[in-house]
Write a protein that binds this ligand. Structure first.
Ligand SMILES: NC(=O)c1ccc[n+]([C@@H]2O[C@H](COP(=O)([O-])OP(=O)(O)OC[C@H]3O[C@@H](n4cnc5c(N)ncnc54)[C@H](OP(=O)(O)O)[C@@H]3O)[C@@H](O)[C@H]2O)c1
Length: 275
C-alpha cells in the first residue's frame, strides 16, 4: 500500500493521479469528491490517526503545509511509521533546509534530521520554490518581491510528484536527499515577461528593499516576525545561492523537469483570476 498524506495539496493531487493503478490510500481531513485512490480520514494534529493507517511494508509519502505544530506532528508520524514497519518514507522538505533556518527551512530541517535518524529507509525531497505560487502572487498586473535582479529557480510541483511516484513505485532505493529544481533559473523581470506573453496581459515585477517588502507583506496581513523573515529570505534567495540547477528530476524520472513556459501554457487561466 502507498499511503499519501497531503493528498489534496498541489503535489499530493498530482501524485495520486500518477499512482493510478497502484494500491493507494489518500489521506484527507474530509472526504473529497474529485480525488482518486481509496480515501482515509486522518489529521496530522492527531498523529495516531495517521499511524493507524500504516502497516508493515507500506510506502509513505509524508507531506503537509506548515503550521506551528508541524515539527512535532511530522516527527510523531515518523516514529509511528517506524513502529509500524513502513518500508520507505518519501518526505517533502525544502532546498536549504537546516535546523535554525528561517521559516519553513528551519521546520523542515528539524523533521529531516529526525527522519535520517529514524532507521527508516527514506528519500528527502528538497525542492526549490514552486511555480504554482506565481498565480497567487500576481495582482492587478504586478507582483512584488525583494529578490533583486538575479536569477531564481522555480519548479513545477507536477515534477516533484513524478519524482515521488518513481521513488514510491520502484524498488526501495538507498536513503538520501534529492535537491529538486526546474530546468532554468530566471530573473523576476524575465518571469514577468513570460507571464505577460503567456496570458496576453502586461505583468510587471516590482522589486522592493527588505524593509519595504516587510511593510508590503504586513499590509497584506502577514504578521511579524514572518513578514520580515520572508522578505529577508527573498533577498537571500536572490543572491544567487539557489540559482544552480540539478539533474535530480531527470535522473529519477527519466525526463527533464518542465520549464516555466510549459507551466504557464497549462496554468495561464489561473492568472486570470488574480491579475
Ligand atoms: N510553496 C513553495 O514554494 C515550497 C517550496 C519548497 C517546499 N515547499 C513545501 O511543500 C510543502 C507543501 O506542499 P504542497 O504545496 O503540495 O501543499 P499544499 O498545496 O499547500 O497543500 C497542503 C496539504 O497538506 C494538508 N494538510 C495541512 N495540514 C494538515 C493536517 N493538520 N493534517 C492533514 N493534512 C494536512 C492539506 O490538506 P487540506 O486540503 O485538508 O487542507 C493539503 O493536502 C510544505 O512542506 C512546504 O514547506 C513549498
Amino acid at each position: 500500500m502507498i499511503v499519501v498524506t497531503g493528498a489534496t495539496g498541489s503535489i499530493g493531487r498530482a501524485l495520486v493521479g500518477r499512482l493510478s493503478g497502484h494500491d493507494v490510500r489518500a489521506v484527507v481531513r474530509r472526504p473529497v469528491a474529485d480525488l482518486g485512490g481509496q480515501q482515509a480520514l486522518a489529521d496530522f494534529d492527531e498523529p495516531g490517526t495517521i499511524g493507524r493507517l500504516l502497516s508493515p511494508g507500506d510506502r509513505l509519502f509524508l507531506n503537509s503545509s506548515l503550521w506551528p505544530g508541524f515539527v512535532d506532528a511530522h516527527r510523531a508520524v515518523i516514529d509511528l511509521a517506524a513502529r509500524a514497519g513502513v518500508a520507505q518514507v518519501v518526505a517533502v522538505s525544502v532546498r536549504g533546509a537546516v535546523p535554525g533556518a528561517k521559516l519553513g527551512g528551519g521546520m523542515h530541517g528539524e523533521v529531516d534530521a529526525h527522519l535520517r535518524k529514524s532507521g527508516l529507509p527514506y528519500a528527502i525531497l528538497q525542492p526549490t520554490g514552486f511555480m504554482q505560487n506565481l498565480p497567487h502572487e500576481v495582482r492587478d498586473g504586478r507582483f512584488y518581491g525583494s529578490y533583486g535582479p538575479e536569477a531564481v529557480n522555480y519548479i513545477d510541483t507536477r515534477d516533484i510528484a513524478e519524482v515521488a511516484a518513481a521513488l514510491l513505485t520502484g524498488p526501495v532505493a538507498a536513503s538520501g536527499d534529492h535537491v529538486l529544481t526546474g530546468p532554468e533559473s530566471l530573473s523576476h523581470d524575465r518571469i514577468a515577461a513570460e507571464i505577460s506573453a503567456a496570458t496576453g496581459r502586461a505583468v510587471r515585477y516590482v522589486n522592493l528593499s527588505v524593509p519595504e517588502m516587510t511593510a508590503h507583506l504586513e499590509r497584506q496581513g502577514v504578521p511579524q516576525p514572518q513578514a520580515g523573515d520572508l522578505a529577508e529570505l527573498m533577498a537571500e534567495t536572490g543572491d544567487g545561492r539557489w540559482a544552480t540547477t540539478t539533474t535530480a528530476v531527470e535522473d529519477l524520472t527519466g525526463r527533464p523537469p518542465r520549464p516555466l513556459s510549459a507551466f504557464l501554457a497549462d496554468h495561464k487561466d489561473a492568472f486570470g483570476r488574480t491579475s
